[in-house]
Write a protein that binds this ligand. Structure first.
Ligand code: SP5
Ligand code: ZN
Length: 359
């Protein structure tokens, strides 16, 4: 049976080309490449899913979720970088930070934004892998439009589920920081837009292999947005390294509205699904009015960026667990890097999502 979930697409997603990211000091080819989006798009079209063009939205929700100074930097920082001559000397055409205002550096003094763009980059970029190049802003902003369009489809468009084929991904982007191949937090923007569309309680379920530290911290102090994630244990040596532990349960009004289920390397379907079922049980207890699914498929066995061992059928069953909530659900694409299996994994998850409820 054909997929009925609309797929929101923006051509701008192909403009971001992350070649030459810096990992442990070495320039390597990026893994978060445009072909990811084209193979997913083709697989979903092949499954019969209708495609919808992303509709441009204004910056209201985006500016509520992200620091305006970071938005400014992402939009205009590259122009400053080029004007300062870095493409010629030392020969770097993308914005790469090199000094970071960590608590250890500032030693309690307040953050003061550096005048030089190369210094300022580390105020917003929190790693060296997530470079800002010529198409980065257009792609990231287009991904936000895709997420917002998917929200419109479930709030006013008569669909229970909608899927935004967001690229670049978003769940590592914090209020004032970008990293982990993420610039703007598409899932966070979707959750906030659902709140503003009248959904009083929203749950974000994150099945990307990595912990969505950005999304977690956007809502950490809030009781109206739940965040739950199943992911590779950062304590086992995996990105984002500093967050994603089981004892991060929320703060202040958000206490109890955050749930992390870190998993050991090599975790197969059964334990991954058991972890996801725990998250989904807590979502049910939270009684949300809508769900955002951060749909990363890098927990798959073949994926080069994580050691989890989930199969395509595991992803289908995971989609069904979320679909069984039978709530308006906006799925947004996060990670997933194994091109030959990527499309089938996303397709299976969305088929599971549809089958779990009454679409
Ligand atoms: C959205 C998402 O899935 N972001 C993933 C960010 C984690 N990236 C960690 C990068 C580690 C570098 N990988 C280089 C592999 C070389 N073999
Ligand atoms: Zn990931």
């Amino acid at each position: 049976m054909a997929l009925r979930t609309p797929v929101v697409w923006s051509d701008t997603c192909l403009e971001h080309v992350p070649s030459g990211e810096v990992w442990v000091g070495v320039t390597i080819e990026g893994t978060e490449i445009p072909e990811r989006a084209t193979v997913i798009r083709a697989a979903l079209a092949g499954a019969g899913a209708p495609e919808v063009g992303a509709v441009q939205h204004d910056d209201t929700v985006l500016e509520a979720v992200h620091d305006p100074q970071m938005l400014q930097f992402l939009e205009h920082g590259l122009d400053e970088w080029v004007a300062a001559g870095f493409p010629d000397d030392p020969g770097q055409d993308r914005v790469v930070p090199y000094v970071f205002p960590t608590p250890a550096l500032l030693s309690g003094l307040p953050l003061r934004l550096p005048a030089g763009v190369h210094g300022r980059a580390g105020s917003f970029g929190y790693d060296t892998m997530t470079l800002v190049g010529p198409g980065t802003w257009a792609a990231a902003r287009g991904a936000v439009d895709a997420a917002l369009t998917a929200v419109d489809l479930v709030t006013a468009g008569g669909h229970r589920t909608a899927y935004a084929l967001c690229r670049p991904p978003g769940h590592h982007a914090t209020r004032a920081g970008y990293g982990g191949s993420c610039y703007l937090n598409n899932a966070g923007v979707a959750a906030e837009a659902l709140r503003r569309a009248g959904k009083e309680r929203v749950a974000v379920v994150d099945i990307d292999a990595h912990h969505g530290n950005g999304t977690q911290m956007l809502f950490y102090d809030r009781g109206d947005v739940f965040y739950g994630s199943v992911h590779i244990d950062p304590a086992a040596g995996w990105f984002p390294h500093y967050l994603g532990h089981a004892d991060e349960t929320g703060r202040a009004a958000g206490e109890g509205a955050n749930r992390n289920v870190p998993l050991a390397p090599e975790t197969p379907d059964a334990e991954w699904l058991a972890g996801l079922a725990r998250v989904v049980d807590e979502v049910r207890t939270f009684r949300p009015d809508a769900v955002v699914l951060s749909l990363g498929v890098d927990a798959a066995a073949d994926d080069p960026e994580s050691p989890l061992r989930v199969t395509t059928e595991g992803y289908r069953a995971g989609g069904a667990l979320v679909g069984a909530l039978d709530l308006p659900t906006v799925a947004v694409q996060e990670g997933g890097y194994h091109l030959p299996s990527l499309g089938g994994l996303v397709r299976a998850t969305l088929e599971g999502l549809e089958s779990g409820g009454t679409v």
